[in-house]
Design a protein around this ligand. Sequence first.
Ligand code: PMP
Length: 283
Amino acid sequence: NTVYLNGRYMAAEEARISPFDRGFLFGDSVYEVIPYFQGRGFRLQEHIARLEHSLRAVRIPNGRDWVAILDQLVELNGGGNLSVYLQVTRGDSGSRSHAYDAGLEPTIFACCTPVRDFASLPVAEVKGLAAIVTADLRWHRCDIKSTCLLPNILVLQQARDQQADEALLLRDGVVTEGTSSNIFVVRQGVIYTPKRSSEILGGITRELVLELADENGIQYQETDIDYEALTTGDEVWISSSTRGVLPVTSIDGQAVGNGEKGPLWARMFELLTRYQRKLMTGS
Ligand code: PMP
C-alpha cells in the first residue's frame, strides 16, 4: 500500500505527520474522494475543480499538479478500481494556536483503497437502502469539503444504531443531503433535488445525474424539499462518487412509494452505468 505524503511516495507504515499539524489538531483541512476505474480518474477534472474551490474558500495555497500526483499514486498501487483519498491541511504551525501564519507549507496526503465499480453490478442486485431523517447539525459552509466530519459521523452512527444505511439531514424544515451523499426525490416522473447552495456539497455525481437527465429528456427541478415531500415521493435516491446512484426504499421505517426500487431510478442507474463504461473504455 503506497501512499503520497508531501512530495514523496512511500509505504503507508512509513508516513509520519506531526501532532502539531493543524489538520490533526483542528480539522483545519479539506479533502476529496475520487474514484478511479480501470486506473483512470472518473470525472477527475470536476473533483480537482471542487478541491480548488475548497482550498480557495479556506485560504490554503493551491498550485500543485493534482492530476499528476494522483495518477502516479494509482499507478504505484497497480491501477484498477480504486477510491483515492486526498487531504490538504493548512500545515504544521508548531504549536496549538488557533491563529496561523501566512506562508505555512500545506501538508498533502493521499492514499487509495480498492472500490467496487458501481457500474459492474447488475441492476437487479442493487439493494434498496433504509434511511432515517435527523437534524442537520453542521456549519453553514457545507459547499467546502472540510475534514470536520464530526456531525456527519455522529448522525451516520445514529442511523446504524437503527439498522439504517444513511441519515438524511433536515435544516430549517428542508432536506439538505445525506451524511455523505446528495438526495433526489421523484414524483410523477419528475426528479426534485435541493438547489446548490452553501448548505450542501456540490456533489460530482449529483451534477452528472442532472446532466444525464437533461440529455435524456427527463425532467428535473432544483427546489426545497420538506419532510412531507421527502416521505410521500414515488422514489428517493442518494448519489455519491463511490456508490453512484442508489435507491432509498424506506425512510424512518416507512416504505418509500411501494417500497421497491423505482423505475426512474433503474433508468438513471443504466444511464450512469452506460456513461461510465463509455468514458472508461471508449466503447
Ligand atoms: N454530500 C456530502 C456531505 C458528501 O460527503 C458527499 C460525498 N463526497 C456527497 C454529498 C456526494 O458528492 P460526490 O458525488 O461528489 O461524491
